[in-house]
Design a protein around this ligand. Structure first.
Ligand code: PHE
Ligand code: FE
Length: 294
């Protein structure tokens, strides 16, 4: 699970993290030398568990990118990942103390810089964490930044976020972030696969989102998503399925200004509701249980 950075401000408690180290754009030094051996080991356990979950569950683009990233034995140095990313899609990652305000977040994305939280969860948060930590941000978000289409989508999102701020439409754009970047599913000839970072950094939600009969899985439709609120404290009730990253990019390319107006005057949809004519995707067949090491 993860809280999208765009929900910063809605939370009741201050974000975790040492903000005294941040520059005015909210970036900071990673200070890699300050991670303890226990933290590196915890990161490696999180990484290895999730890696085993990927076959048949994560989309191919994600799996392919993760291989060369080779970030599984210890918390990586962000600079090493940035070197590879710059060569691949002209993105880089930057260290931040934790959740950052929307404006800072979108400004970084617009400049093809993805903010990664420096701190790691505590051992008792192995299975569940309410705020994004270095594992969620790196394992969940960074692989798809190696995909050219998704990389461009993320930059467009940053530009769109800055624009939505001026239009007081961030609430709607946050829903798009949530149902794609964090909890998106993609349809493939082999069945449904996950691409959202909130799913792929969570052992429980990876299986739930793809195979449980409880949630509904609907075709991605832009205005539909903008009208659908979401839960931040439990597995999702609805997932939206794209056919390709190109479809997602094209569907979100038009000017949102008139769309925000339409959506703002239409009623919100219930989180688990269905519109007339909407068809559901069937869940995947259950996958064989993955052995646990924890
Ligand atoms: N096309 C959107 C706009 O004009 C920007 C955007 C692109 C938002 C991609 C999200 C994702 O506001
Ligand atoms: Fe996230």
């Amino acid at each position: 699970m993860a809280v999208a950075p765009v929900t910063y401000g809605a939370s009741e408690r201050p974000p975790r993290g040492d903000y005294s180290r941040a520059r005015s754009d909210y970036t900071c030094e990673q200070d890699w030398d300050t991670y303890t051996a226990a933290e590196h080991a915890l990161y490696a356990r999180l990484f290895q568990r999730q890696l085993r979950q990927l076959p048949g569950q994560a989309c191919d683009e994600f799996v392919h990118a993760l291989g060369p990233m080779d970030i599984g034995r210890a918390i990586p140095r962000f600079e090493d990942i940035s070197d590879a990313l710059r060569r691949s899609t002209r993105w880089e990652i930057v260290a931040v103390p934790g959740l950052i305000p929307e404006h800072a977040f979108f400004s970084l994305l617009a400049g093809r810089r993805f903010p990664v939280t420096v701190w790691l969860r505590r051992p008792e948060e192995f299975d569940y964490i309410v705020e994004p930590d270095v594992f969620h941000d790196l394992f969940g978000h960074v692989p798809l930044l190696f995909n050219p289409v998704f990389a461009d989508y993320m930059q467009a999102f940053g530009v769109g976020g800055l624009k939505a701020e001026g239009l007081h439409a961030l609430e709607y754009l946050a829903r798009l972030y949530w149902y794609t970047v964090e909890f998106g599913l993609i349809s493939t000839p082999g069945g449904l696969r996950a691409y959202g970072a909130g799913i792929l950094s969570s052992a429980g939600e990876t299986v739930y989102s793809l195979t449980s009969h409880k949630p509904q899985r609907l075709s991605f439709s832009l205005e539909r998503v903008l009208r659908t609120p979401y839960k931040i404290d439990d597995y999702q009730d609805s997932y939206f399925v794209i056919d390709s990253f190109a479809q997602l990019f094209d569907a979100t390319a038009p000017d949102f200004t008139p769309i925000y107006q339409r959506v703002g005057s239409a009623p919100e949809l219930p989180i688990n509701g269905r519109l007339p004519g909407e068809r559901l995707y069937a869940p995947n067949a259950p996958v064989a249980a993955v052995p646990s090491t924890s």
